[in-house]
Ligand binder design. Sequence first.
Ligand code: P6P
Length: 338
Amino acid sequence: MQINRNILTLDEFTLQQLREFPQATGELSSLLRDIGLAAKRINVEVNKAGLVDILGDYGTTNVQGEDVKKLDIYANTQMMGVLKHGISCAGIGSEELDDVVVFDDEVSNNSKYVVLFDPLDGSGNIDVNISIGTIFGVYRRVSEIGKPCTREDFLQPGKRQVAAGYIVYGSSTMLVYGTRRGVNGFTLDPAIGEFCLSHPNIKCPPAGNIYSVNHGHFFRYNEGVRSYITACQQKTKDNGGPYTQRYIGSMVADVHRNLIKGGIFMYPGTTDKPKGKLRLMYECNPFAFITEVAGGRATNGIQRILDIQPTELHQRSAFFVGSKDMMDELDTHLAKAQ
Ligand code: P6P
């Protein structure tokens, strides 16, 4: 049996990246390792969710008015705990918490970064064993180092992210994160309890044949979106198709599949919810950052997601993300319908 000693763990990879930048402080590498630790702890509970009393509702609703699942709270606690007790994060914003949390201790106040995250996206799928995920975005603070972080540190456009990533708890557990230097995927090896580099330098194929959208809302989408979806259905082998529709109602899994295979994910606004459902800061921005670094595109149907100047922590946005050529074709349908 050939023992492959070339497999890099997440820790080894981040340290290797750090060695290439001697002037770097190591704070970002340390922060990514912290998130990897939280992901391993969340993974343990997600994987046994059917066996212990951690399924079901927590009995409260979150700021979005959604039923909070027990695993949501557990995941939020794990993410906040590793970041608060690390050396790199001054505070966090979470889907599960009404407002930002300023850690306000000496080490945290001297940290360079803040983190926004959705601790467990798609948690409505937990009880039926469909893949779910954790999503995060990392920003350099704009407030004075040495003092507590402020809300302004969190309300930055997505193009100011220094790193973003997600963990998908699926048939295997993968951590994918991107910096401006590239996107890399790490698969959890249960035998050693480490995330190991399995998908180096991920690139989003410029074209694909997968389109992901909730068809149940079709007649509440605008004309341009309906026109594009119809065009997807009419693709044949003579014009880049046929396309296949894949939508499992868990954004992390849907966007991850399309990032690897090529495709487009859409959560458009509707007549009753013009801003759609997804949250800009900790769902759209991280995936937009990763997808752009990997060569794809992400918009709200009007502008680049990463250019949006946020005004509220939990604001929603229509979201279109994926392969460049498919996003370009979507834009032609949206423009014609103007
Ligand atoms: P719908 C899960 O609740 C989530 O936030 C995303 O993970 C997913 O893509 C979307 O909602 C599904 O929403 O309205 O299609 O069921």
